[in-house]
Design a binder for this molecule. Structure first.
Ligand SMILES: NC(=O)c1ccc[n+]([C@@H]2O[C@H](COP(=O)([O-])OP(=O)(O)OC[C@H]3O[C@@H](n4cnc5c(N)ncnc54)[C@H](OP(=O)(O)O)[C@@H]3O)[C@@H](O)[C@H]2O)c1
Length: 346
């Protein structure tokens, strides 16, 4: 089998495609012939050595990748009754950038025949993240106003669609004009292009009394203002810190940017939060992989919405495994819309 291996933190040249013996499925595992693997912004942080759960669970060397789609090759003991050949998708805590993977059966689901491997590989992370943020943490109600940062990205696009499914009014924030149409297609009631207008003045125009929910994975650049723009009883969901990394900065760590980002992070006062009736919620799903109950409930709901045509999977940008560095370059640039996936069989 072939997989991408990173032997130590660094730039994109650290992404090596290597040949290794095929794994065999252990107890509770399903062996999957991977056709496509999702690429996520978090994979860049893994490569740079900045991702806490990668250090906690794997260390170096590491094969990144949180999601795959393909077909079952074999099934280990106590791994359910899924037949070899069945099309599947799976969430994986690392290891996804590979042509074969042994995945925990609790995180493997049948993939509808109508869903391509590329689309399937792009669903678990963005779908689970958006579902957890909105439905587990926020309890959205129809008519509520939701501000979504980086709304044309992978997770952002899923948030737009799920906010619409919940009957909310999603306002999208995007970083350049090329992303506006994508955000509109996925359900944005309005799009703020922050390269052309002042983000927060526009945000106030769309919701003069504040937002019921703000979904923020941009981090130091936006968090303080995101909190200030909550309506009473509003919830700020923090789930990433993209602006701590350099946009297209040669793919390397920028210690100055990391430090200045860290210093710019707001400190929230429980006293003020209580008096203002504003909440700050935060999560990282890569520390929640043992919550297979959450995974299964969310994935079943997402697949139901997909079958009903309520959730669409915009065609992802695809790369062969050996072009993995290009995929990282593109997602690091901050210029992509939607998902990126690797075709592992090319
Ligand atoms: N906590 C969790 O469990 C969890 C799970 C999945 C993802 N995430 C987080 O969610 C965010 C979105 O992930 P994704 O994989 O779907 O990526 P993505 O949104 O497709 O790409 C990242 C986007 O962030 C924005 N951005 C802001 N500052 C940036 C910078 N310095 N460099 C590059 N991009 C920057 C860009 O959009 P604009 O220019 O349009 O703003 C860019 O397109 C990431 O921060 C990721 O770490 C968290």
């Amino acid at each position: 089998m072939r997989k991408v291996v990173i032997h130590g933190p660094g730039g994109r040249e650290k992404l090596l495609v290597e040949e290794h013996p095929d794994p065999s499925p252990g107890p509770g595992e399903v062996l999957i012939d991977v056709e496509a693997a999702g690429v996520n912004f978090a994979d860049v942080a893994v490569r740079l050595g900045l991702y806490k759960s990668a250090k906690t669970y794997v260390g170096w060397p590491i094969t990144p990748g949180f999601e795959v789609a393909g077909r079952v090759r074999a099934v280990g003991d106590r791994a359910g009754d899924i037949e070899p050949g069945t099309p599947v998708l799976a969430a994986t805590r690392f290891g996804g950038y590979a042509s074969v993977i042994a995945a925990s059966h609790a995180l493997v689901l049948r993939r509808p025949e109508s869903m391509s491997a590329e689309d399937g590989a792009g669903l678990p992370v963005v779908g689970l993240t958006a579902y957890y943020a909105l439905f587990e943490l926020c309890r959205p109600r129809p008519g509520q106003r939701v501000l979504i940062h980086a709304a044309a990205g992978g997770v952002g696009g899923a948030l737009l669609q799920l906010a619409r499914i919940a009957g909310c009014e999603p306002i999208a924030v995007v970083g350049n004009a090329n992303k506006v149409a994508h955000a509109r297609r996925l359900g944005a009631a309005a799009v703020i292009d922050r390269s052309r207008e002042d983000l927060w003045r526009a945000a106030e125009r769309h919701a003069p009394t504040g937002y019921d929910m703000i979904l923020d994975a941009t981090g130091p650049e936006t968090l303080r203002h995101s909190y200030r723009h909550l309506a009473p009883a509003g919830r700020l969901v923090v789930y990433g810190f993209a602006s701590m990394l350099s946009r297209g900065g040669g793919g390397r760590r920028n210690p100055f940017r990391l430090l200045s980002g860290y210093l710019r992070l707001p400190r929230f006062s429980p006293l003020r939060m209580t008096a203002e009736n504003r909440s700050v919620l935060a999560f990282n799903l890569s520390f929640l992989f043992d919550r297979t109950d959450l995974f299964q409930e969310a994935m079943e709901q997402l697949l139901t919405w997909y079958a009903e045509g309520k959730l669409v999977l915009p065609s992802p940008a695809t790369y062969s495994l050996r072009r993995v560095a290009d995929a990282h370059r593109d997602i690091e640039s901050g210029e992509t819309t939607g998902k990126l996936v690797l075709r592992t069989d090319q």
